[in-house]
Design a binder for this molecule. Structure first.
Ligand code: SME
Length: 150
């Protein structure tokens, strides 16, 4: 749950930033990871049929390459829609990065023509940590990142 002031603060910081490409994506992950429920904040880029870990803030993960269709991340691409998972323990198709993760949100990043460039993936330590307000913030964040992807 994100209030509109917090959302606006993060988005205006990113919009006004002079950074671009990987540096902007790293800045975005830092800002997001400061939010209380955000315990791992990262970006995967879509390269063919593979999601490849890009910038992130949080514990190191072995899951640097995730095939489309696998896990929450791969499902988002396969189904072409964002994933908001209330309790990851209810999923069969889940790749655990950390045993303390309880909820997860994955939001696709698209360029202006709608092509998927990648995704923002956030893990939370509490059940039901994310809702439509988080999805809206991450969608808007992704739009800023897509404009300055290179
Ligand atoms: N849990 C994800 C894998 C990525 S880690 O959370 C960083 C998934 O099921 O796809």
């Amino acid at each position: 749950m994100i209030d509109s002031n917090t959302s606006e603060r993060i988005l205006s910081t990113l919009r006004e930033s002079l950074l671009s490409g990987a540096a902007l994506r790293q800045r975005a992950m830092q800002l997001l990871d400061e939010l209380p429920e955000y315990d791992w904040s990262g970006i995967y880029q879509l390269e063919g049929d593979m999601l490849v870990l890009d910038e992130y803030v949080g514990a190191e993960t072995n899951h640097t390459h995730i095939p489309v269709g696998r896990g929450v991340c791969g499902t988002a691409v396969a189904e072409d829609r964002n994933q908001v998972i209330e309790d990851v323990r209810n999923l069969d198709n889940y790749i655990a990065c950390s045993t303390s993760t309880r909820s997860e949100i994955v939001v696709l990043i698209r360029d202006v023509s709608g092509t998927v460039l990648g995704q923002i993936d956030i893990d939370g330590h509490n059940v039901g940590a994310f809702d439509a307000s988080d999805e809206a913030l991450l969608e808007a964040t992704g739009a800023v990142l897509a404009e300055r992807w290179q």
